[in-house]
Write a protein that binds this ligand. Structure first.
Ligand code: PLP
Length: 384
């Protein structure tokens, strides 16, 4: 049975941390690897040519296992989601009369790149909003997205869950429809991969871009991008030495090459060998592979289900289980409850959540227990 993993982290005992969607706490094992990695640079003679390549290969392989991607070299290290998206945008031909579809109030790093592309080309960005009401909201939002896709759609750029309230998007259905019209499917996996299973072979995205510091339990400023075949001969946003063929041969680096490393490696950020962040993210993903995203999702769902039931009875509005993540959900307040007062009460009780749009965003993970969710409910009960 999967039980709380709180002892693997150093979260202070007095706080209720329900905010992995903001940033995950550090695993003790990842902290240890990070400190060892910092110390290594005390003596650069210990950093070998192999060190530029070894851990990055291991990281690709570990992440490939996590997302069930058959070719690890389609995975590259990126510093941020915006960087991963920039590579996509640079290689997407689009013209006036065509459009990109995004969900409304999507995270800015998966909006501005598209906005900029559309501003430059005269194409349009089509924002699909949810319905106003709360009955069948997630289902209808998904239906609206499917209905909006047509033969002028060049790409659908979306998350697996919405970052603000966890609404789940049916990626298999969206993939099927995008294939029918020849549009790309670009996923921002930042708020799901690690805690919600994602299978590259089932979804077959054209790109899956993911920051590492949330559900991947990694440090800040490192993430991973998977690029499918569409991008195989594209142009990266920057040209660096290590992405070119034969970069392992340091003595021959100025024998400039016209070709790149295989797979998608041309898209990898410069200095991606990052000797501190790479081993840390690797350790975190190895731990996730050991725990497994489906068990993490089940653990989070079971943890939150009783709390969600109680809150719904109190008049708080939360998306139906079928249309949201178990690890991320939004609570919308009844009209008579003031958000500012709720914020103060949660803070006073050391319950850490986020506030996104008009929702309280609750994001439990493996270090949480049902006591944490009970405390959240206790505080919110006082307002009813
Ligand atoms: C859905 C989503 N994508 C991306 C990010 C981070 O983007 P970036 O790595 O460009 O800072 C966040 C951060 O909250 C997010 O919620």
């Amino acid at each position: 049975m999967f039980t709380s993993k709180r002892n693997k982290f150093t979260l202070p005992p007095a706080i209720v941390y329900l905010n992995c969607a903001y940033m995950s706490p550090l695993l003790k094992s990842v902290e240890k690897v990070g400190i060892r990695a910092i110390r290594k640079k005390r003596n650069p003679a210990m950093i070998t040519v192999d060190d530029f390549f070894t851990d990055t290969e291991l990281l690709r392989a570990a992440y490939a296992q996590l997302i069930n991607a058959p070719e690890p070299r389609r995975i590259v290290i990126i510093p941020s989601v915006s960087y991963g998206m920039a590579n996509v945008v640079k290689n997407l031909p689009i013209k006036r009369g065509e459009h990109i579809i995004v969900a409304s109030e999507q995270f800015p790093s998966n909006y501005y790149p598209w906005k900029s592309l559309c501003d430059d080309t005269g194409a349009e960005i089509t924002v699909v909003s949810p319905p106003d009401g709360f009955v069948n909201r997630g289902k209808q939002w998904n239906e609206r997205i499917l209905e909006t896709i047509n033969n002028k759609t060049k790409a659908v750029a979306i998350g697996h869950v919405h970052w603000a309230d966890g609404t789940r998007f049916d990626l298999e259905a969206i993939r099927k429809r995008t294939r029918e019209v020849g549009a790309l499917l670009i996923i921002d996996g930042t708020q799901s991969v690690g805690a919600l299973p994602f299978d590259v072979q089932t979804i077959q995205p054209d790109a899956l871009i993911c920051a590492g510091y949330k559900w991947l339990l990694g440090p800040y400023s490192i993430g991973l991008a998977y690029y499918g075949e569409f991008f195989d001969n594209g142009k990266p946003v920057e040209e660096n030495w290590i992405n070119r063929s034969a970069s392992e041969d340091f003595a021959g680096l100025v024998n400039y090459k016209d070709t790149y490393q295989p797979g998608s490696l041309r898209y990898e950020v410069g200095e991606h060998s990052n000797f501190i962040l790479v081993p840390m993210l690797l350790k975190a993903i190895q731990q996730l592979n050991n725990w497994k995203p489906d068990r993490i999702q089940e653990y989070c769902s079971q943890l939150s289900a009783p709390a969600i039931d109680s809150l719904k009875h109190l008049g708080y509005r939360i998306e139906d289980a079928n249309w949201r993540g178990g690890h991320l959900f939004g609570i919308r307040l009844p009209d008579t409850v003031a958000m500012e007062k709720v914020k103060q009460a949660l803070l006073k009780n050391k319950v850490f959540v986020s506030y996104r749009g008009n929702a309280i965003r609750v994001a439990p993970n493996v270090y949480n227990t049902d006591n944490d969710l009970r405390k959240l409910v206790r505080v919110l009960t006082k307002f009813r």
